[in-house]
Design a protein around this ligand. Structure first.
Ligand SMILES: Cc1ncc(C[n+]2csc(CCOP(=O)(O)OP(=O)(O)O)c2C)c(N)n1
Length: 320
C-alpha cells in the first residue's frame, strides 16, 4: 500500500528543494569568490532527490555519487556541517577529509558518496548482501547517473542483485549529461529503465521534475522491494541545469535545450502548483525564501568559523 503526497507534505518537500537550491547556489557564489572549492551541483534535479529520499524509512541505507548534496540535505544533513566538509574544516561530517566527493553520514544511513563513477553500484550489492547476512532491516538505495549505467559495473551489479535476490532500489537520475557528453552519444535508447528488464528487474521511468510524482513512484518502488526482497530500478528523468562542476560555462550545451528544461524547473513547477491550489500564498513563499537564505548564511558562517583539522590528524580517518 503506497501513499501519494498528502496536502501537508508538498509544502515540506518544496521547502527542502528550496534549501537544497540555496545551498548549492551559495557554493556556486562562494566558489566564484574563491572562498569554497568548486563542486558538482545537482541544480535542476532537486525533485528527483527529494521525492526519493522522502519515500524511505529510517533503517534504509543510501549510497550515492558525486552529486550527493541533495540526497544528504533531503535526508536531514545539516548544511553547516556539509559546507564545513566541502571547505575542509574539522566540523565537517568527515572532519573535513572527504570534501564533497566522498562524504558519508553514518548516523543518517548515507553509507558513501562515490566519486568513482559506477562504484556505488557495485558497492550497493555488497552492502545489501551484508544487510541480509546480518539480519538487518532496511533496503539499500543506490543513486547513480545515466553515465554510470553505461559502464560494465551497472550490468554486473544488476545481474548479481537479481540472481542473489538483493533488496536494492536502484535510482538512476537520468539528467541527460555525462560530464561533457550528451547521453545521446553513449546510449541508443532514451531510458535506462529499459536495461533492467533483461535482468528480470522491474523498472519504471518517472518525471524527475515533478516531486509529487517522484515521491509516489519511489514509495511504490520501495514497497515492492520490501515485499519481494528483490531489486527494482526507478529512473528519474530530469536535467542537470548547471555545468558538470563549478566553474563550467556550459558552452558545449545547446541554448535551446537549456531553455526548454529551464521552463520545466522542478522548484518553479512545485511553487506554481502550491500557489494555484491555495496551499501557499505569495507572502508565505517570500517568507520561506528568506528562511532558507538565512539558514544557509548561518551555515556558511558556521563552516567558516570551523578550524582546519590539526596537522597531527592528517593521517587519521583515512585509509589510502
Ligand atoms: C570510473 C570513472 N570514470 C570517469 C570519471 C570522470 N567523471 C566524473 S563524473 C562523470 C560523468 C558521470 O555521468 P553520470 O553518471 O551521468 O552522472 P552525472 O554527472 O550526470 O550526475 C565522469 C565521466 C570518474 N569519476 N570515474
Amino acid at each position: 500500500m503506497t501513499r501519494p503526497a498528502s496536502e501537508n507534505e508538498l509544502p515540506q518537500l518544496y521547502e527542502q528543494m528550496l534549501l537544497i537550491r540555496a545551498y548549492e547556489e551559495k557554493i556556486v557564489e562562494a566558489s566564484a569568490a574563491g572562498k569554497v572549492p568548486g563542486t558538482c551541483t545537482s541544480v535542476g534535479q532537486e525533485a528527483a532527490a527529494v521525492g526519493v529520499v522522502n519515500a524511505l524509512g529510517g533503517a534504509d541505507l543510501i549510497l550515492t555519487n558525486h552529486r550527493s548534496a541533495a540526497h544528504l540535505i533531503a535526508r536531514g544533513a545539516d548544511p553547516g556541517r556539509l559546507l564545513a566538509e566541502v571547505m575542509g574544516r574539522s566540523a565537517g561530517y568527515c572532519q573535513g577529509k572527504s570534501g564533497s566527493l566522498h562524504i558519508s553520514v553514518k548516523e543518517l544511513g548515507v553509507v558513501l558518496t562515490s566519486t568513482i563513477v559506477g562504484a556505488e553500484l557495485s558497492l550497493a550489492t555488497g552492502v545489501a548482501l551484508a544487510q541480509g547476512m546480518l539480519g538487518k532491516p532496511g533496503i539499500v538505495v543506490c543513486f547513480f547517473g545515466d553515465g554510470a549505467a553505461c559502464e560494465g559495473a551497472f550490468h554486473e551489479s544488476l545481474n548479481l542483485a537479481s540472481v542473489w535476490n538483493l533488496p536494492i532500489l536502484y535510482v538512476c537520475e537520468n539528467n541527460q549529461w555525462q560530464a561533457f557528453v550528451h547521453r545521446r552519444e553513449t546510449m541508443r535508447r532514451d531510458h535506462v529503465a529499459d536495461w533492467a528488464v533483461p535482468y528480470d528487474i522491474p523498472a519504471r521511468t518517472v518525471d524527475g521534475n515533478n516531486v509529487e510524482a517522484v515521491l509516489a513512484a519511489a514509495r511504490a518502488a520501495a514497497a515492492e522491494v520490501r515485499a519481494s526482497g528483490r531489486p527494482f530500478l526507478l529512473e528519474t528523468y530530469t536535467y542537470r541545469s548547471r555545468g558538470h562542476f563549478e566553474p563550467d560555462d556550459q558552452a558545449y550545451v545547446d541554448p535551446a535545450e537549456r531553455a526548454a528544461w529551464a521552463a520545466r524547473d522542478p522548484i518553479a513547477a512545485c511553487r506554481d502548483r502550491l500557489l494555484a491550489t491555495g496551499r501557499l500564498t505569495a507572502s508565505q513563499d517570500a517568507a520561506l525564501a528568506d528562511k532558507v537564505q538565512s539558514r544557509i548564511a548561518v551555515a556558511l558562517a558556521f563552516a567558516e568559523a570551523s578550524p582546519y583539522p590539526a596537522l597531527s590528524e592528517m593521517t587519521t580517518d583515512v585509509y589510502a
